[in-house]
Ligand binder design. Structure first.
Ligand SMILES: Nc1nc2c(ncn2[C@@H]2O[C@H](COP(=O)(O)OP(=O)(O)OP(=O)(O)O)[C@@H](O)[C@H]2O)c(=O)[nH]1
Ligand SMILES: [Mg+2]
Length: 598
């Protein structure tokens, strides 16, 4: 036998003995031989080595076996968790038994088969002999059988059965938003025991709009909620996990503490697997992942499970997050996700009666509302739009910002979408209602213009962010002298949820310079700078909800003042936690109401 075939054979046998599953890597080997012409270099490729076994799918049945098995019961949709039914196509959970489904083959397997078919008979026989002919043939036979017959019941689990609605959402980008949403919150909460440990999953993208105050709702009376908070999707703001750990978490923790009174907050990125393992350690034995739609609960649950599985068996391939998608309200029922000795329950996302999803055209849901990463550090170098007072700045019709006459604004939109500046609100509405040929950046449905509501931003000082739920935010920076007391107006389709916060970027990025004695120095004087840190987070109000002003009201300031005194009278304070109120309140933010939901 030649040296070459000897090496090939040994490499292959080693691969087989290890029980290859995938052969995604073709290994390139190199060796040298003596010949009459001197040393000669030979190269050849063989199948790579990977650890899981395609031919042996039996999981270990020992202590952690439960963890290594598919956790979704056979009668449930593997994507949304709803109980499957075959009788009524109009009802949720309907699914059609597929007649024939192409046998599932993963990339590595295909590659293996390709490589196998190229071998000569001798090597094929050797491989078959080593891996056990029966096993190998069994697999081929099963595929043939699946082709001929409809799928066997016991294969459902393996084949990832989804209900028709999920199928349409996942493969045809269709949105199925529930009609009756008034009871949505109580429906989700009714399936959570009153003494359960709740983990509120919030998106960092539209923070703090995802925060839920569980103590507030009348439904919650008597519930001993034990809530901790997880800020997900931090990868959209930070390039690395290090920045999150070293200083950015302080801002999020502080706001959560101000609103809820608890400092139990963890920052994670399910997508990038940042700090998921830490969260796994912190989770109680049983927890419920609760939050607004699309905050990333299902992806987080899958990643937690992946981490738990990897603790038991490092060789296990990562599970695909089947129930996670950019389409909102995908999860329809509670899904139990075992995490070794712990258990977490992924719950359906909470959908408010009207949301931005109801107004944005289906084709833009992914691109416009799907979340695009912008790195907070680099925001200062981004291009901004200048908006003169009296003009109207609109982001594809999702909101219309109207600065008062005589002002000049710099507006920076770090999220997706391109803005349009129209000469007036009416003109902007016309453009959205009937976009001229070639106008591409209109994201909402034309009829959304008929349902506009008017809001005002209470007086502020410095830079602020207008945060739009599910979209992100725009940064607003007035420039020049303040010459008017008129308020900034924001018009938006009914249901688009917004708030204003003091610009987040300075609090989560390093921009303050200090000398050796930790005295602040001006940014220009770099040579003396010894420490660079984010701006200290003030104890004053950090965000506010907007005042809704009727369209026919002429004096917006007066109406705002009236609403302000009404809130003070009814609630005693405009702080999220009245005990935080001090005598030294910052007059620049006097009219701010640090309570997001009524
Ligand atoms: N960039 C980024 N995207 C994420 C992260 N976590 C989730 N996503 C994305 O957010 C979208 C929604 O994720 P899901 O896991 O379906 O969210 P959910 O909260 O389960 O949504 P519902 O079940 O509809 O309530 C998906 O497109 C995810 O890929 C994250 O950490 N970073
Ligand atoms: Mg989900």
């Amino acid at each position: 036998m030649s040296l070459r075939s000897c090496v090939i054979r040994s490499a292959r046998l080693q691969v087989i003995r290890n029980g290859i599953r995938s052969t995604p890597t073709i290994c390139h080997h190199r060796f040298y031989s003596d010949s009459s012409n001197g040393i000669k270099r030979h190269t050849f490729s063989s199948l790579g080595n990977d650890t899981t076994n395609i031919f042996n799918n039996n999981n270990d049945d020992d202590g952690e076996a439960n963890l290594l098995k598919n956790h979704i019961p056979i009668d449930k949709c593997t994507s949304c968790g709803i109980t499957l039914q075959e009788t009524d196509p109009q009802k949720p959970g309907f699914f059609k038994k597929p007649e024939y489904q192409k046998p599932t083959q993963n990339k590595s397997e295909i590659e293996f088969m390709k490589a196998f078919s190229k071998l000569d008979e001798e090597n094929k026989a050797l491989l078959e002999q080593e891996m056990g002919i029966s096993n190998f043939n069994e697999r081929k036979e099963r595929k043939r059988h699946m082709k001929r017959n409809s799928i066997l019941d016991e294969d459902y689990n393996e084949l990832n059965v989804k209900c028709t609605q999920c199928y349409d959402s996942l493969y045809h980008n269709k949105l199925f938003l529930k009609e009756d949403r008034e009871s949505n919150y109580s429906e989700v909460m009714s399936k959570i025991p009153t003494n359960a440990q709740i983990v509120n999953v919030i998106s960092a993208y539209d923070f703090p709009l995802g925060l839920m105050d569980f103590r507030k709702s009348s439904y919650e009376k008597g519930r001993q909620t034990n809530v901790s908070y997880v800020v997900n999707k931090v990868d959209l703001l930070f390039p690395t996990s290090k920045a999150v750990r070293s200083y950015a978490h302080k801002y999020f923790e502080k706001v959560i503490e101000r609103v809820t009174g608890t400092s139990k907050a963890t920052l994670v990125s399910a997508q990038h697997k940042w700090y998921v393992e830490d969260l796994l350690d912190k989770l109680p034995f049983t927890s419920y992942l609760v939050g607004f739609v699309n905050s990333g609960k299902s992806l987080l649950a899958t990643e937690l499970r992946n981490k738990a599985i990897h603790r038991v068996d490092k060789s296990k391939a990562y599970l695909k997050a089947t129930g996670s998608f950019h389409i909102p309200a995908l999860t329809k029922d509670n899904i139990e996700v075992p995490l070794g000795n712990k258990l977490t329950i992924d719950t359906p996302g909470i959908l408010q009666p009207l949301t931005a999803y109801d107004h944005v055209q289906d084709k833009f849901v992914k691109n416009f509302l799907g979340g695009v990463s912008f790195i907070a550090d680099r925001m200062r170098k981004m291009k901004y739009d200048s908006v003169h007072g009296g003009k109207c700045y609109t982001m594809g019709g999702l909101f219309y910002l109207l600065p008062p006459q005589g002002t000049l604004l710099q507006v920076l939109a770090p999220n997706k979408g391109s803005a349009r500046i129209a000469s007036s609100l009416n003109r902007a509405m016309e453009i959205v209602r009937e976009p001229a040929n070639g106008v591409k950046n209109i994201y909402v449905k034309p009829e959304s213009v008929d349902k506009l509501k008017r809001y005002v931003i209470p007086p502020f000082f410095g830079k602020i962010d207008l945060v739009i739920k599910d979209y992100g935010f725009v940064q607003i920076k007035p420039v020049g002298k303040k010459i008017t007391n008129e308020l900034f107006e924001v018009w938006a389709p009914e249901g688009v949820i917004m708030c204003v916060r003091r610009s987040i970027v300075d609090y989560i990025t390093k921009n303050k310079f200090y000398d050796t004695q930790r005295h602040p120095i001006q940014p220009g004087d770099f040579r003396r700078a010894r420490y660079i840190e984010p701006t200290p987070i003030p104890d004053d109000k950090l965000f506010t909800r907007l005042y809704e002003i009727p369209k026919d009201c002429d004096n917006t300031f007066e109406e705002m003042e009236r609403q302000y005194s009404e809130i003070l009278e009814q609630e005693g304070s405009t702080f999220s936690r009245p005990e935080l109120q001090t005598n030294k309140e910052n007059p620049d933010f006097k009219y701010w109401i640090e309570k997001l939901y009524k």
